[in-house]
Every structure is written in structure tokens, then in C-alpha cells.
Design a protein around this ligand. Structure first.
Ligand code: SAH
Length: 354
């Protein structure tokens, strides 16, 4: 064994045992060109020790692609005139959940652009209706930055979880990715409000987006240590041609998988999805994600006609492949990778109290 691979082995076993590394050790691990087999194996062992071979599903409903924000990387940013905008009716959203329920999904994620058409009253009414009809399911909202009062109202209406990726925890980088009216401090305020209210909270970041360095990624890991979220969603940045970042390189499969494994070892009991973006840059991306420590997948329940317009990035998977037409395919693919798709809410298992 050469010196570099011995060094990497040492880093992996330290991370495995202590769930942490120094900044310089993390940098070495993230930048090492040596194969990641040991890292993935350690992550998989950790995941199995907490979650066994279970993969949890979340039925995703992308209910609006209108957005008042203008994030430079995102295909549904308000300045993108090439997008055909859509909004699902309450009935369509509810029906998507019904389909999901019949497929065995016990969490529904309502995700969208920041669309003021869906007032707090509407979100609350919809949440309450879904919770009443499917009391054994969790409702997750992913509708962006709101006031603490709004978050409280959704929670009181029955919402269980909230996904809000912090995107990057570096202030200067955040500014380069977002328009002036947005700020990292507000995004962080949102995340701590959500936690404080009692939501199970998901944060996360993009991998390989423009101007991002290893140091920025380490800042993300440190921020997550402070927040201690229940869920951590990461995926490669993928350019979308009609955005200001349309000509930048996309993130890589390799770096995303490496970070998934590092996250699993740092946060043994976190819920970590193998994301759609990962499945987009590589046909086997999600399976590879499970092998690197991911334990959640989010099949798309959005009606196919609308799905074609929720294009955050180029080549996004938008056929029926994910759920509706082929739940069996998904189950088979998970099984093929060595895991088992389960029909359960899939709450976080706190490791101290498994
Ligand atoms: N409006 C909601 C939902 C955003 S879409 C919110 O603000 O939270 C969900 C995630 O897609 C985003 O958090 C972002 O990390 C990711 N995303 C957006 N554009 C992307 C791109 N071009 N490549 C990869 N991921 C992207």
C-alpha cells in the first residue's frame, strides 16, 4: 500500500470512530484522488447499524414552479422566461398524495417555488386535509423562506417536517449564488426557527456549484454540526441553460458520493436522500448513493404533464420512471443495490435511543 492510501485509510477510520476530523484532515480526505472503497464501506456499515437495510420513501409533489426568487443556479428563477409556469390545484395535490398512499408511500413532500399564490391559509388547509385523510403519514413542506409566524401556523396545521437547504454556509459564496435581496443570515434564521418550533428539519447544500472550493464544503459540514438537522440533502449542481450559471460545469458524481459518505460518518443517524440530481448525472447515481450511506429516496408523484416544467436543471428526470408507472422498478432497483424499500413514515432514529 502506498503512503497516500495508508493516510486515507487512517482518516476514514478516525472519522468512523470519532465522527469528526479537523479541517485539514477533512480537506485531505475530500481532495484525495485515492479510491473511496473504504470510505463507502465504513459509511454503509454505519448506516446499517442505525437503519439496517431499510430505504425510506418520500412521495414528492412539485406543486408550483412559479417563484418570486431569482437564485442564479435555479431553472425556475423568476427571470427565466423560457419556463412554462404551472400551479397544481388543491385537488390535484391531494390526488397525488392519494396515488402515493396507494403505492405505499407514507411521507408526502410538498415542494415548490416561493409562490405567494399559495397563501398561508391555503397551505394550512391543504396540510390539515392531507393529515386528516392519511393520519399515518408525515407531511413535509419545502416552500422556502417564511416568517416564524407562518412556520408556526403550518406546524399547528399538522406539518411534521420542513426541507430548506442552506445551499452554502459561506456568506460570500451565498452572495455570488443569490440576488441581493436574499441573505444567508435569513436562511439560517429560518432553519433555527423551524427547529425551535418542533419540526424535523432538513438542510443541505449543492456540490460542485460555481466558485465552490473544498473550504466552502468544510464550512457546510461545520454549519451542519451546529444545526444538527434530522435530514441532510445534497446533490450535484447541474447547470440549467437558461440561467446565469448555464455555462458552468456541473458537479461530479465522485465528489457527491464522497460527501454522502462523509456525512453518514459525521451524522450516523441522519436521514440522507439519494437525490434526483444524483440520479440525473448518473443512471445508477441513486443506487451508488445508497452504497455510500444514503437511506432515503424521493419518488416523484407530480402529474407528468406538470413535471416537465419543474426543471431546476437540464436533463432532470421527468418521465414516469420514478413512481407512478413504476413503483416496482424503484423497489427492484433498491433491492438490486442490496437494500429494502419499506412502507413507513421513516422518522429519524435517534441513535442514543434506537
Ligand atoms: N423553493 C424551495 C425549494 C427549492 S428546489 C426552497 O427554497 O427551499 C429544491 C433544491 O433544488 C434547492 O434547495 C437547490 O439546492 C436545488 N437546486 C436548484 N437548482 C439546482 C441546480 N441547478 N442544480 C442542482 N440542484 C439545484
Amino acid at each position: 500500500m502506498n503512503e497516500r492510501s495508508a493516510e486515507k485509510k487512517k482518516l476514514v477510520s478516525k472519522l468512523n470512530e470519532t465522527h469528526d476530523l479537523s479541517d485539514s484532515e477533512l480537506k485531505m480526505l475530500l481532495e484525495s484522488p485515492e479510491p473511496d472503497a473504504d470510505l463507502f464501506q465504513a459509511a454503509d456499515r454505519t448506516r446499517r447499524s442505525v437503519y439496517g437495510e431499510d430505504v425510506y420513501t418520500r412521495g414528492l409533489v412539485e406543486f408550483t414552479n412559479y417563484c418570486k426568487n431569482n437564485c442564479l443556479y435555479c431553472g425556475i428563477r423568476r427571470d427565466n422566461r423560457q419556463v412554462e409556469r404551472y400551479r397544481l390545484t388543491d385537488e390535484q395535490i391531494f390526488q397525488s398524495c392519494e396515488v402515493g398512499y396507494s403505492l405505499g408511500y407514507r411521507t408526502f413532500v410538498l415542494q415548490g417555488g416561493e409562490d405567494p399564490y399559495y397563501t398561508d391559509d391555503r397551505i394550512c388547509a391543504l396540510t390539515t386535509r392531507i393529515k386528516k385523510s392519511f393520519p399515518d403519514c408525515a407531511v413535509t413542506l419545502s416552500i422556502g423562506e417564511k416568517s416564524r409566524e407562518s412556520y408556526q401556523r403550518y406546524f399547528d396545521a399538522g406539518a411534521d417536517r420542513y426541507l430548506l437547504r442552506h445551499e452554502t454556509a459561506d456568506d460570500a459564496l451565498y452572495k455570488r449564488w443569490h440576488p441581493e435581496e436574499m441573505s444567508l443570515s435569513n436562511r439560517i434564521r429560518c432553519l433555527f426557527d423551524l427547529k425551535d418550533i418542533g419540526y424535523q428539519v432538513g438542510a443541505g447544500f449543492m456540490v460542485g456549484a460555481p466558485f465552490q472550493t473544498t473550504e466552502h464544503l468544510i464550512t457546510d459540514l461545520r454549519f451542519l454540526q451546529k444545526l444538527d438537522p434530522d435530514m441532510i440533502g445534497i446533490g450535484p449542481f447541474i447547470h440549467q441553460k437558461d440561467t446565469p450559471f448555464g455555462h458552468y460545469e456541473s458537479g461530479t458524481l465522485e465528489m457527491t458520493l464522497r460527501l454522502l459518505a462523509v456525512l453518514r460518518l459525521m451524522f450516523p443517524d441522519a436521514l440522507i436522500p439519494a437525490t434526483t440530481a444524483l440520479g440525473t448525472i448518473d443512471a445508477q447515481g441513486r443506487e451508488k448513493g445508497f452504497l455510500a450511506g444514503a437511506n432515503v429516496v424521493m419518488p416523484n408523484l407530480t402529474p407528468v404533464s406538470a413535471r416537465e416544467n419543474y426543471l431546476l436543471y437540464d436533463e432532470k428526470i421527468c418521465t414516469g420512471e420514478d413512481a407512478l408507472l413504476c413503483r416496482g422498478c424503484l423497489e427492484g432497483r433498491i433491492f438490486g443495490a442490496g437494500y429494502r424499500m419499506v412502507s413507513a413514515r421513516g422518522d429519524r432514529i435517534h441513535r442514543s435511543n434506537p
